[in-house]
Design a protein around this ligand. Structure first.
Ligand code: RIB
Ligand code: CA
Length: 312
């Protein structure tokens, strides 16, 4: 049976690939997507999500969510966001419409009515998820697992130690990390070890499905931005963070995890949004997260080519 998931996205170029993987994989039943402020304004995230689904020919409901972090009304995104993502994806304007219901209310309604079999997959700031937990904590018993793209141990991206999704809304991230439900975290420590290259984009274009063509478009943009502003271990390649989180649900072996305790710093000019990872053995608080410390790049890229080589 395909695994039911909800993707919470701030679409975004890598969110776009995650959405296509989830929509096209026979192992996933993507029952809906919720959008949140992050890479760009939430209404652009919504338009981009609709563009992706229209482009690959699937009809999956999209619900728009929070436009600002829980308690940071003065939020300003970092300059990398515009180079890596921009406001609107380079895909045709959406023809489908978002749903009328607010994302947080739909999350609550959906989980309360569920059989407890829907994995929640936030790959943007955790504002929607935290707002839903705060408004209706009884949904927690219905969430079997939360698979988060976010966090960092050895290196950040927005600051030396903080990763963007957590840094955008640290208060929300702290609520989610301490919610008591099973958590798998796919941080930069893993995503930076699973890069997609220009040669892979040539292969995506050769495959020639709507999803592989769209993936080539967004990944080539990412590679240009990363080479210019955030060079990885090798030039001409970039991480596709959010898609790795979805692939980890399809094949858990694509990442390597350690069970540790993770919490979030919510203050400090140098530490705001840092995920504090406790790798000490037998000391500190009880573990709460399966934290990915590595990834299998070859397996990840092969999964992308296989899954995105499908048509709806
Ligand atoms: O730090 C990477 C994460 O921040 C990804 O989810 C990207 O889409 C942005 O949201
Ligand atoms: Ca994202």
């Amino acid at each position: 049976m395909p695994q039911k998931i909800i993707l919470d996205v701030d679409t975004g170029t890598d969110d776009a690939v995650a959405l296509m993987v989830a929509a096209l994989s026979p192992d996933i039943d993507l029952i809906g997507a919720t959008t949140v402020n992050g890479n760009t304004l939430v209404h652009f995230c919504t338009e981009n999500t609709l563009r992706v689904f229209d482009y690959i020919g699937v009809q999956i409901p999209v619900f728009e969510g929070m436009s600002l972090p829980l308690s940071r009304p003065d939020f300003e995104r970092d300059e990398d966001s515009s180079s890596i993502h921009g406001d609107l994806l380079d895909l045709p304007p959406a023809t489908s419409q978002k749903q009328a219901q607010h994302a947080v209310d739909w999350l609550i309604e959906t989980y309360l009515a569920s059989a407890g079999d829907i994995i929640l997959v936030p790959v943007g700031p955790l504002t929607n998820v935290a707002a839903a937990i705060r408004k209706a904590p009884q949904i927690l018993e219905k969430i079997p697992e939360i698979v988060i793209m976010g966090g960092a141990h050895h290196l950040g991206n927005v600051t030396p130690l903080a990763e963007f999704n957590i840094w955008c809304d640290p208060e929300a991230a702290r609520i989610v990390m301490n919610c008591g439900r099973p958590i798998r975290m796919v941080p930069l420590d893993a995503t930076h070890r699973a890069l997609v290259s220009r040669a892979d984009c040539v292969e995506f274009r050769r495959i020639g499905t709507p999803a592989t063509i769209a993936t080539a478009v967004v990944v080539e943009r990412r590679i240009g931005a990363y080479d210019a502003g955030q060079p990885m271990a090798r030039l001409g390649a970039a991480p596709v963070h959010d898609a790795l989180a979805v692939c980890a649900i399809i094949d858990p072996g694509v990442i390597t995890t350690e069970l540790i305790h993770v919490d979030v710093e919510v203050q400090g000019p140098l530490t705001d949004g840092v995920t504090v990872c406790d790798f000490r053995r037998g000391r500190g608080k009880a573990p709460n997260t399966h934290f990915a410390v590595d990834a299998d790049e070859a397996k990840f890229v092969a999964m992308l080519k296989d899954i995105l080589g499908r048509t709806a």
